[in-house]
Ligand binder design. Sequence first.
Ligand SMILES: Cc1ncc(C[n+]2csc(CCOP(=O)(O)OP(=O)(O)O)c2C)c(N)n1
Ligand SMILES: [Mg+2]
Length: 892
Amino acid sequence: MANEAAVKTFGLDAQEIQEWIESFDAIFKQAGRESATLLLDRLRDRATALGVGHAFTANTPYLNTIPAEKQAVFPGDQEIERRIKSLIRWNALAMVVRANRMDHSIGGHISTYASAATLLEIGFNHFFRGRTPEFEGDTVYLQGHASPGVYARAFLEGRLSVEQLENFRRELRPNGGLSSYPHPWLMPDFWEFPTVSMGLSPLMAIYQARFNRYLEDRGLKPATDAKVWAFLGDGETDEPEALGAITLASRENLDNLIFVINCNLQRLDGPVRGNGKIVQELEAAFRGTGWNCIKVLWGSDWDPLFERDTEGLLANRLGQMVDGEMQKLTVSSGAYVREQVFGGDPRLLKMVEDYPDEVLRTLRQGGHDPRKVYAAYKAAVEHKGSPTVILARTIKGYGLGESGEGRNITHQQKKLNEEELREFRSRFGIPINDEQLNETPFYRPPDDSRELQYLRARRQALGGFVPTRKARSKPLEANHDKLFKEFHLGSEGREVSTTMALVGMLRQMLRDPEIGKLVVPIVPDEARTFGMESLFRLVGIYSSRGQLYEPVDVHTLLYYKEAKDGQILEEGITEAGSMGSFIAAGSAYATHGINTIPFFIYYSMFGLQRISDFIWAAADMRCRGFMVGGTAGRTTLAGEGLQHQDGNSHILALPIPNLRAYDPAFAYEIAVIVQDGIRRMYKDGESIFYYITVMNEAYAMPPMPAGVEEGILKGMYKFRASENKNAKLRAQLFGSGTILREALKAQEILAEKYGVAADVWSVTSYKALYNDGVDTERWNLLHPSETPRVSYFAQALAGSDGVLVAASDYLKALAKLVGQWAPRRLAVLGTDGFGRSESRAALRDFFEVDARFITLATLSELHREGKVEASLVEEAIRDLEINPEKPNPRCS
Ligand SMILES: Cc1ncc(C[n+]2csc(CCOP(=O)(O)OP(=O)(O)O)c2C)c(N)n1
Ligand SMILES: [Mg+2]
């Protein structure tokens, strides 16, 4: 061996090395594992003291972490569990094959579940605890592409019918069907967590586990040993989000968290690391950050071989082979395995001389061996002090035979020919005869069969079915009028920003006897940006360790107070992580039966733009809560420039169906929106959540005019009508957010200089107006004989006269959305283009959204209508000091 040759030159020989190893073995045998570890630690210290370097590695040999003799005894009935698993395998396969016979575009996946079956079944039969009134249950994130297997199990459990299975991926059939992947939106009684956008669920699971601790530390739920399990694909770990938060899990000692990575060495196109070893790479990443890492690589039939491997030759050889070679073994003969794995060294060949080729070919991977998987899970649930990752070697498409097992095409295999079906049927002992095979029927044994009795008994013992989703919290009771009232009164001339107003509301809510405890403020290192530091002292920053140091600002009023029961989740600079907390808090009404109300407050540019896919997942999950985009608006945040100035997020909020988006201008608007939101989400149980933009521009907050609440919520109301009832020239101006104030200034200029009487409207939500408009149109389309309905936007403008001009701090497309329902042309100003570092005034000039441009747009519209001469508009351009040849902000 190369190593031995190298050491020989330095004066050591193989025998001396063997003696060292034997001494170590003796210590291990006499004094035990801990003493052996201590000895290694001492030796390492000594080596360091002598200046003996050692290349850092976080890896262990390519072997099972739990040696055979340390393995917990499998308590189940292995034979009957194998039968159950076979039935599930068959039904999962039948679901996909049948669906694609009817329509080959329907799709579906066989090979992911085929590789994950044992990993999941050991969980279902022995570990995953259901949610009961007495115990909160475990939380399980399942690999999305394994859903056919989860459905097939639910079918055996009696939870899904043959018809539902037949309608897999046919959700629009009469009586409904099954969604392709886990979607709580589509199957709200079944799926809890959407996992199919790869990489999101590992991060969500980490923050879920942390949030569970937060709830315990704050006394909102009792401390339990409930676990969060996340099943991932090995290919999935390439998504940056997948490993992006693993240090939080170890830092927070989340021993309530278990990752199971299904290392079938393949992703969609081919091997995950053909030229490397994904298991070792992941082991180094997780061990390097302090996770407890359990490798389950080899099945029990390998144990005798490792026993013979006293010199570590086999371990070495397996450690050398790259994953591409490993994958090839799966599709090759026993003779090939002998040649490739053992052929390089006569000592290795000797080890398997009594193994026939056929036995070598079928040596199992650890992830397909129930006993190995059980032992790993047991060790994981019993492990204390850090999160656990289980790296389980499996074969993609296991059981699909030569057409699928381990092949690069296996991920997308959806059809099996008759021969392949027959083989699968026989291999897994499914009682279906050859004539029936063509039909590929589902098979469920009688209710009183041993299989179903066993399966039900196991689930009963574990507290019921998993997954099951249910809204478990009781509705809030109070109406909270008192909390919000003061914000209806205005600021009496005091200049405040909408951000300050919102923080003021948060402070009020935090003091409330009903919701005070439930509010979860979440910030990604921006609390000071939003003037939230007063909350640090008021409710504390959550820290599972309390505060182990005296903060530098301890003598100040607003010091940085960390506490074990702190309420603020100060996440550091991670919008994705903060969203993970939002999702955990926003779904706690279902997961825990607790109405936590997250307020996630962040730099608006780094929300919908950066982490939209998490927000989509939150929507799918029916999360509740408030996302607050701070320092919003392309021209309202001065100075920060191109990357920070957000003129996009209200456009990006459009596609998310149950996200209500508001761009309020005044404190009372926010108060109305938030109070109503709490009612709708936490009293009426609606599956909606909120996006509210707030700004840092300070101005006097007016008192709320009478009767505007409905308009605020529906998207617009008239804020200030013109007092001049007789003017010939008239206009309706629409402003949103801080740009409403530009419209108000324009109202004055138009009245004073140009004799135009303009009414000013506050548009709080173009999204709400747009949704109402398209819903109205749709109704009219479908009801041709009935009196057509009129959109809220059109209703609001009925009877108003004059030209229409809208301005917002967002893309022009936003206001243009509603132009189609306007009684006349709607002229739109907006902030298309890259931002700039500048003052507000300069930015609003540059983006053409200030009072001057609103004035100009109004006069221009009046000219279009033939009400004023072009010369007047020309004159106005001069008077308003507008440069007509200025750069176009959209593309400069
Ligand atoms: C974000 C995202 N990108 C791409 C896909 C498409 N996709 C679905 S499964 C898959 C391969 C999965 O491989 P792996 O994670 O190893 O899981 P396996 O099926 O092998 O268990 C891909 C690329 C997706 N679902 N989500
Ligand atoms: Mg894979």
